[in-house]
Structure formats: structure tokens, C-alpha cells
Design a protein around this ligand. Structure first.
Ligand code: R5P
Length: 291
């Protein structure tokens, strides 16, 4: 099995290749034509071999690079192509909210799987996106990677900033054998949220080290408000852990100002990237495709 790391996921791709027993690893040669178009070329002897392409789609350019990589790998004569998209963009638009809109998650799924034999992603915005694929599609979780890291830290209580994250925080709580609860969140607009303790009551947090667990940090609005609320109510320390650290604009600095530590997995390059999903992705590849 060969592993090719797209420019958005080079480090993670290399980690996956190591997890696969030092599978041959390469990165494409890329350059921009004067009109801005992307040129790329994959090296190595891929003919008749299985190839894993790893490329998150943080930007539209990353997506285009992924599609070109898939075509290049097919042209190189690969036996099977497994496409790993650690951060799968456009997944929030997983249905048509208003007439005239696309189901963006479906549109991307169709294009990404076109030249793939299977697709692997991590913590999709909604698992429903998996139903848009016609080829085998797998969703790894970022929770085991974060749990491996948090096991070495002081953690008293785990908190989800919203009810949508209950399954996630519960899974983390099971892995770390710690109590948990979820806050009530009301989104005011894309950057602002209101958070409150649930009316059903919570665990005492005075002096405790509380770790917020989320799937994605984008503007940071959710984590900043959650950390402030927890500290106002006496938490001794508040850390934030997420699978996908997008950290738009000054999000990282704003979160840093109100938390004690920030943890993210390596699905996207960012300053909080401290846990790797490579073992979890390699495990799926080895389990499903090493025949
Ligand atoms: C919401 O459903 C998600 O789990 C995240 O809490 C949210 O997307 C984070 O966004 P932001 O960082 O912009 O508040």
C-alpha cells in the first residue's frame, strides 16, 4: 500500500504510512501555472498497487487538488485508490434548507468518490453524509485520539457545549472514566452563541479541571462562551479539545485567553494539533483493505 499526502495533509499522511508499517510515502510535485491553475505529478511506481490519498478539504483549492490527485493515481495504474479526507468540507449543508440550494455534502461525496474505491473521513458534521456515497465509506472518530492524549492530563469533568455533542462527550467519558454533562446552546448568528447550564442541573465544578469536547472549532464563539461560563461558576481550569481545529481569524488567540489548554487532532494543521488520528485511520485501512 502506498500513501500519498496532499498539500493539506502531508504530516498526517506520513503518520498514516508509519502506522501501516512504513508503507511507501510520497507527496506530489505541485506548481501553479501563470493563469493560477494547479499542476501536479505523483511519483513512485504505483502500477498494480493500492494507493491511499490523504487530503483534507479546508479550502476549495484543497478539494480541486484532491480530485486531480485521484485522477493522477488512476492514470498511474493503481489497483485500488482509497481516499482519506480527514476534514470533509461542505458537510454542514447536508440538506436543502431553502428552495434553490444544493445539498453540498452530497455533491462533494459524488465527486470525491468518482475515482475512489473507498472513502474514509473523520467526525463528519452529520453521519448522514455517509449515505450519499455509493462506494464503501467509513467515518473514524477523533475521540480515541483525544482520549489517548487526555489520559496523560488532569481531567475531572467533561462537558459538551451543546446537546448535539452528547454522544461524543459520553464516549470520551467512557474512555476516560470521568463524569460529564452538556450545556444548553442557543445560536444567535454564525459567530455568536448563548450558553447556559441545563435546567436539569449539573455536577459541581468548583475547583475542578473541566475539559470541553467539541467536533469542530470554527470562529471559537462556542468555546469562548462555554469557557467563560464555566470559569464564572468556579471551574479551577478549563481546557478545550476538538477533532477539527479550523480556528478562523483570531479564534485561537481568543480561546487561549480564556482557557488553560487547547487540544486538537491533526485532521487540519493548526497550533493546537497535539493528538493524531493516524492510528484510527490506519486501523480502518488495515482491517478493510489488506487483502
Ligand atoms: C456545533 O454544532 C458544533 O459542534 C460546534 O460547536 C460549532 O460548529 C463551533 O463553531 P464556532 O467555533 O464557530 O462556535
Amino acid at each position: 500500500m502506498h500513501v500519498i499526502g496532499g498539500t493539506a495533509s502531508t504530516a498526517l499522511a506520513e503518520r498514516i504510512s508509519r502506522e501501516l508499517g512504513n508503507a511507501p510515502f510520497g507527496i506530489p510535485f505541485t506548481k501553479r501555472f501563470s493563469d493560477g491553475e494547479l499542476y501536479l505529478r505523483v511519483g513512485g511506481r504505483l502500477e498494480g498497487d493500492d494507493v491511499v490519498i490523504v487530503q483534507s478539504t479546508r479550502t476549495d483549492q484543497d478539494l480541486l487538488e484532491l480530485l486531480l490527485l485521484e485522477d493522477a493515481v488512476r492514470e498511474a495504474g493503481a489497483r485500488r485508490t482509497f481516499v482519506v479526507v480527514p476534514y470533509f468540507a461542505y458537510a454542514r449543508q447536508d440538506r436543502r434548507f431553502f428552495p434553490g440550494e444544493p445539498v453540498s455534502a452530497r455533491a462533494l461525496s459524488h465527486h470525491v468518490e468518482l475515482d475512489a474505491d473507498a472513502v474514509i473521513t473523520v467526525d463528519l458534521h452529520s453521519t448522514q453524509t455517509l449515505s450519499h456515497f455509493h462506494k464503501p465509506a467509513f467515518e473514524a472518530s477523533g475521540i480515541p485520539a483525544l482520549a489517548r492524549l487526555l489520559r496523560e492530563r488532569t481531567v475531572d469533568i467533561l462537558v459538551s457545549p451543546d446537546k448535539g455533542g452528547v454522544d461524543r462527550v459520553r464516549r470520551m467519558a467512557q474512555l476516560l472514566d470521568r463524569p460529564w454533562f452538556a450545556l444548553d446552546k442557543r445560536r444567535i448568528d454564525s459567530e455568536h452563541v448563548e450558553l447556559a447550564f441545563p435546567s436539569t442541573g449539573t455536577l459541581p465544578i468548583q475547583g475542578k479541571h473541566v475539559v470541553l469536547i467539541d467536533d469542530v472549532i470554527t470562529t471559537g464563539g462556542t468555546i469562548v462562551e462555554a469557557a467563560r461560563l464555566l470559569k464564572r461558576h468556579g471551574a479551577g481550569a478549563v481546557s478545550a479539545a476538538c477533532t477539527h481545529g479550523l480556528f478562523l481569524r483570531d479564534a485561537f488567540e481568543r480561546i487561549k485567553a480564556v482557557t488553560d489548554e487547547i487540544y486538537s487532532t491533526d485532521t487540519l494543521g493548526n497550533p493546537a494539533e497535539k493528538a493524531s488520528v493516524a492510528p484510527d485511520i490506519a486501523q480502518i485501512l488495515a482491517r478493510e483493505f489488506t487483502t
